[in-house]
Every structure is written in structure tokens, then in C-alpha cells.
Design a protein around this ligand. Structure first.
Ligand code: SAH
Ligand code: AVI
Length: 328
């Protein structure tokens, strides 16, 4: 197993400082959601995935199980690149779907900003698949896509609905980059959360055990630790709602009282009125038409669409060239 780190400490710290400063001084305060994922945040996300209310993980896994043999058919040599790989649970479904008699020459390339998660997940994967080659990339998929090795045929995986955490402009840029990185024979496998009744959506982001609330508030602990802040997570209430017009779940941290905080490393004092919020995440939900439009605008073609009977989630295959379209 080889691990390459593209997020040098200085560069990462500069980026973090710049973003937090910009976010906490904006009229609507915000913190970017990629900062949720320190060791504790990644652990809390894993816990969220097991919650009865959080349907995306279970639904996507059921779709992937059915679709895996079709996806992997004929792909025995090349790179499986997974963006935002996290615990690396889903790649196993693809690997397990390969028939035993098939000789493979596959390399797994997990890409994640969370170094600890990436290394632990890769080690664990090697225990189960001792012959698998792994090249871990500690990298930011909004900045380092061009670093993905270009030589071999590849399937680029972006699962979990993480594409929904981008802002509109960011998503457009990301899709255009994906089209470039894929090359002529590459495939892009994208997991998307679909629009569904408001109650189902809101319950998934405001669970009864309060795990999502802990996940949300943990970002304040990340700011405290890295930038010597003194936010008190208990001073904030977790807020998650579906913004129908923008077709997205929004997560915020709402001040329970007047807040005066100091972020020493930024030489910054933050004041918040009672009820004022810090916007911490968007989680966009899509419909079929939009997905085709997004793909088309980036020069990608939808070649397969896998979904569940309720159409709550979809795994969509795209290519950077025209291919015959089929559905299952
Ligand atoms: N794909 C997994 C994990 C989803 S959680 C699943 O489907 O369950 C989102 C993952 O993306 C986390 O592991 C987080 O560390 C990673 N991540 C978030 N923003 C990122 C960024 N900008 N670049 C790289 N990884 C990122
Ligand atoms: C990682 N991402 C797809 C999750 C989501 O559903 O948007 C993050 C999350 N936020 C709250 N719960 C889960």
C-alpha cells in the first residue's frame, strides 16, 4: 500500500484559515462542510450511516449490490478511483462481484481529505483483499483531481450523495474536471440522493438520537482545536430543514443566546445575536431531468441509471463520450 499526501500541512492550514475567516465574517456566517471530517467527525458520520432515519447509505448499498455485476463486467484491469472514499465500505461490493475465476489486475485509489480514515480503511481492506494494490491519495477532490494517475483505464466512483454537498458553481466546475480526467474509456459512477417527501428528508438530518446534531457541532471543536477558538458547542442548537425552492437540506448551528467568541489564531472576535446561524452544510437532492442536464453541460453522457423501487437514490454511470444509453 502506498499513500501520497497532496494536502501539505502549510497549504491545508492556509486554506483552512482563509475559509474560516471568510465564513465567520460573511453576512450569513458559514463553515464549509469538508471540515466536518476530523477523526471524530468521520466516526460520527459512520454512526449516522447506521441510523434508521438515514436512508441514503442503506438504499445506495442495496442498489450497488444489484448493479455491481453489470458495472464490473469486463473490467478486470484498471483503476478503481473512489473520491471521498471514507470507510471504504462500498468498494467491497464491487470487488466481491467479480467472479473468482477471473484474473484481475486492479488497483484501488481512495481519495480523501481525512488521512487517518484513509489509512485505516485501506489497511482494513488489505486484510480482506490481500492481493489488492492500493494507492491512497490524501487530497481535496475540489483541487487535486488532475493528480489522479492517467495511464490506466478507470472507473471513477463518487458515492454516498457527496456531490450534493457542493454549491452550484463548485459542482459545475467539478463535473467539467471529471470529464477531463475520465479520458476516452473511463466511466464515472455517481451516487445521488433524489427528491422525496420533506418529512423523510428532514428526519434523516435530524435524527432522534442526536448523532447528526453532534456531527454538526463537532465542526466548532475542529475550529477551536486548529485555530485556538473558544466556541462552546452547547451554546448552539442543531438546525436541519429542507429548502424546497433550492431543493436542498440545509444544516445550520443556531445561537441559543448572544455569543462572543474569540478565534485567537485569526485574531478574530465573532459576535452573534440570539437566533443567528452559522450555515454548515447543504445536501442537494436531485431529479432525473437535472442529472441529465448537469451531465450534458459538462460534456458527459448518462449511460446507465440504477435506482431502488421507491426511487429514493440513484447510481448513475456517465462517460465522456457518446455511448448507447440503457436503463435498469
Ligand atoms: N463515500 C463514503 C463516505 C461519504 S462521507 C460513503 O458513501 O459512505 C464524505 C467523505 O468525503 C468523507 O470521508 C470526507 O472526509 C470526504 N471529503 C469531504 N470533502 C472532501 C474534499 N473536498 N476532498 C476529499 N475528500 C472529502
Ligand atoms: C457525506 N454527505 C453525503 C452526507 C449528506 O447526507 O449530505 C453528510 C451528512 N450530513 C448530515 N448527515 C450526513
Amino acid at each position: 500500500m502506498e499513500v501520497v499526501n497532496y494536502c501539505s500541512r502549510e497549504e491545508y492550514c492556509d486554506d483552512f484559515r482563509r475559509n474560516i475567516l471568510r465564513g465567520l465574517t460573511a453576512p450569513q456566517k458559514y463553515i464549509e462542510s469538508k471540515y466536518f471530517y476530523d477523526a471524530r467527525g468521520s466516526g460520527l458520520f459512520e454512526e449516522i450511516c447506521r441510523l434508521p432515519e438515514y436512508y441514503p447509505t442503506r438504499t445506495e448499498i442495496s442498489i450497488l449490490r444489484r448493479a455491481a455485476p453489470t458495472i464490473m463486467k469486463g473490467f478486470s484491469a484498471g483503476d478503481l478511483v473512489e473520491l471521498g472514499a471514507g470507510a471504504g465500505r462500498k468498494i467491497r461490493i464491487l470487488l466481491d462481484s467479480i467472479e473468482e475465476r477471473v484474473q484481475t489486475d486492479l488497483r484501488y485509489i481512495p481519495v480523501d481529505v481525512s488521512e487517518k480514515t484513509l489509512i485505516e480503511a485501506s489497511r482494513d481492506l488489505l486484510l480482506h483483499y490481500p492481493g489488492l494494490r492500493i494507492l491512497g491519495m490524501v487530497a481535496d477532490f475540489t483541487r487535486h483531481l488532475e493528480e489522479i494517475p492517467a495511464e490506466r483505464e478507470k472507473i471513477l466512483l463518487f458515492l454516498g450523495g457527496t456531490v450534493g454537498n457542493f454549491r452550484e458553481e463548485e459542482r459545475k466546475r467539478f463535473f467539467r474536471q471529471v470529464a477531463r480526467v475520465l479520458g476516452r474509456k473511463g466511466r464515472f459512477l455517481l451516487g445521488l440522493d433524489l427528491i422525496k417527501p420533506r418529512e423523510t428528508l428532514e428526519r434523516a438530518y435530524d435524527d432522534s438520537r442526536g448523532v447528526t446534531s453532534d456531527f454538526n457541532k463537532n465542526v466548532l471543536a475542529v475550529v477551536n482545536r486548529r485555530l485556538q477558538g473558544n466556541f462552546r458547542p452547547a451554546d448552539f442548537r442543531h438546525l436541519a430543514f429542507f429548502n424546497e425552492e433550492k431543493k436542498r437540506i440545509e444544516m445550520h448551528l443556531r445561537a441559543r443566546r448572544r455569543i462572543e467568541v474569540e478565534v485567537k489564531a485569526l485574531n478574530l472576535r465573532v459576535s452573534m445575536a440570539p437566533g443567528e446561524t452559522i450555515h454548515t452544510e447543504i445536501s442537494r437532492k436531485f431529479d432525473r431531468e437535472e442529472v441529465y442536464k448537469m451531465a450534458f453541460e459538462a460534456g458527459l453522457t448518462v449511460t446507465r441509471w440504477f435506482s431502488d423501487p421507491r426511487e429514493w437514490f440513484a447510481i448513475v454511470e456517465m462517460r465522456a463520450e457518446n455511448e448507447e444509453v440503457c436503463f435498469s
